[in-house]
Write a protein that binds this ligand. Structure first.
Ligand code: HEM
Length: 509
């Protein structure tokens, strides 16, 4: 009797497990009724493309090619965890971005990762990039004035002079991502809280190594596809424990900096320092003292972490791709150099451009725009969720549906851009393709609307300074053994520049 009871119980358990398994597999193929009006892209294809580290352009052509032709570029996919609407056309995207209060960012990913994940521990969920509603408004208000003051063009120029020395030291053959990540990390540290990581001078400095461990550790593609894995990883991978230690160490430093700055701005000596010499954190805290918004110490710490992550790799990657595009297109490199020499002169000395010089680099701006279209570092915006039924350019997005604005697919959507794979700065010339097609939202590497990137002017100025100084000083091409000579070989799914991309610089003086 006892044995047959046990056997029955075992059958029931196995049966239940099989049903649950089938239900969860079926869940990946069964599109909810409310979303069946949109074409569906399979989970397997999308996950495979990401795990294979396929770049966004290839994905737009292969996996998404048919789906984005149909309903104004909108499609659905169960990805990463829920059925989500992906938008890839300027008008549907515009409709959503202009109503950002109806599409708050979701916390589903953070919940899936769990509070103990290094990603959540480092960035928190209360920073300006992740929060919504009044929490977001309060923080953004306190930051806006600090970001709106003039950008630190002189500091960028001084860092590139150091960069030029570093290129010489490395024998003129340079691993681009490593170089630009170091220079942009030093730049963001000085800009944020007058902290020199010194990574250009010393790549092994303690803080740059600590930060490097964190940013690499939290960008694991497997966690994008299966965020729930994180709670297992901490028990099985030794590197994960080191990562936790690094997060704690840098968090403590950032918290200490936030508290110390708060003490400084309240002291009388702060009033003696001119605004132009103050770092961003000081300006934020002063705005708070004036009553323009507020941020707690933990929010400040999370924001500093976010600024590092959002503000250094993005620009570094954009610069690498820019140099790549100019190495592939020598005529465009030469035309850009001609413009730079007209503004900065052709004497055999390094010149640091000032803000007036930057305004004259019109052709360079077209290059930077096209580069960000072709290889925008933010492949997608963070997921949002619709608060009510919403119609975006004729496409119904039902209430409570996760929505992803897929920037890179839009930038490579042949319905939006002619021959999207071709690098052609003339698209952004007056009267060129971009102006002529009248779709303002077809170019959105920094997003748009109230949640537009707060560091856009900072990054664009930084790119103009770095590129102009490099164009004046060097011509560049690929080393003979480069694997990128016949087209870029991407190494990651986020559209970041490949680590193996190197350039050979030829000094002009
Ligand atoms: C090429 C360089 C950059 C690109 C392509 C870029 C792109 C973006 C994009 C697309 C967003 C919108 C994200 C979303 O809504 O889901 C964003 C937001 C943000 N970016 Fe950037 N970014 C760049 C540089 C920077 C820099 C230099 C900083 C800081 C110094 C920065 C700080 C931020 C912050 C704080 C937000 C959140 C703004 C908010 O939600 O109010 N970014 N960025």
């Amino acid at each position: 009797m006892g044995t047959s009871y046990k056997r029955k119980a075992a059958y029931v358990t196995i049966g239940a497990a099989v049903v649950l398994l089938f239900r969860s597999i079926y869940g990946f193929y069964y599109v909810p009724k409310s979303l069946r009006h949109l074409p569906c892209v399979g989970y397997r294809e999308l996950a495979y493309s990401i795990m294979k580290r396929e770049d966004a352009a290839t994905r737009a052509r292969s996996v998404l090619g048919q789906a984005i032709k149909e309903k104004n570029g909108a499609f659905v996919a169960k990805f990463p965890m829920e059925w989500t609407v992906f938008l890839t056309s300027p008008r549907t995207i515009q409709a959503v971005l202009l109503k950002s209060d109806k599409f708050p960012k979701t916390y589903d990913m953070f919940h899936a990762l769990g509070e103990s994940s290094p990603f959540v521990k480092f960035l928190g969920i209360k920073n300006v990039g992740f929060s919504n509603g009044d929490d977001w408004k309060r923080q953004r208000k306190v930051m806006n004035p600090a970001f709106q003051r003039s950008v630190p063009v002189e500091m960028f120029g001084k860092l590139m002079q150091k960069g030029i020395l570093a290129i010489e030291k490395q024998g003129y053959e340079v691993r681009a991502l490593d170089f630009f990540e170091r220079i942009t990390l030093d730049s963001i540290g000085i800009f944020l809280f007058s902290f020199d990581f010194g990574s250009l001078d010393n790549p092994n400095s303690v803080w740059s190594l600590t930060y490097d461990t964190i940013r690499r550790g939290i960008k694991n593609p497997a966690l994008t596809v299966f965020p729930q894995l994180d709670c297992l990883l901490k028990y099985v991978t030794p590197g994960r424990r080191h990562l936790d230690q690094c997060v704690t160490k840098l968090n403590n430093l950032l918290m200490e900096v936030a508290k110390e700055k708060r003490r400084q701005v309240q002291s009388p000596s702060d009033k003696l320092i001119p605004d132009s010499e103050k770092d961003l954190l000081t300006l934020i805290l002063e705005a708070e003292l004036r009553g323009d918004g507020s941020a707690s110490d933990e929010e400040l710490r999370g924001n500093l972490a976010l600024f590092f992550l959002a503000g250094h790799e993005t620009t570094a990657s954009a610069m690498c791709f820019c140099l790549y595009n100019l190495a592939m297109n020598k005529d465009i490199q030469e035309k850009a150099r001609k413009e730079v020499l007209e503004v900065l002169g052709d004497e055999p000395v390094d010149v640091r451009p000032d803000i007036q010089d930057l305004k004259q680099f019109r052709y360079m701006d077209m290059i930077l725009h096209e580069n960000l279209r072709r290889f925008g570092p933010a492949a997608m915006l963070l997921p949002r969720k619709s608060e009510e039924d919403f119609v975006a350019d004729g496409i119904l997005i039902p209430k409570n549906t996760p929505v992803v604005i897929d920037l890179n697919t839009m930038h490579h959507n042949p319905q939006v851009w002619k021959d999207p794979e071709i690098f052609d700065p003339e698209r952004f010339a007056p009267g060129g393709e971009y102006e002529a097609n009248g779709e303002k939202m077809a170019w959105l590497p920094f997003s748009s609307g109230s949640r537009v990137c707060i560091g856009k002017s900072f990054s664009m100025a930084e790119q103009r300074v770095f590129l102009s100084m490099l164009l004046k000083k060097y011509e560049w091409d690929f080393p003979d053994d480069s694997i990128h000579r016949d087209g870029i070989k991407m190494e990651n799914f986020e559209n970041n520049a490949p680590e193996s991309l190197s350039f050979r610089f030829h000094p002009r003086y």
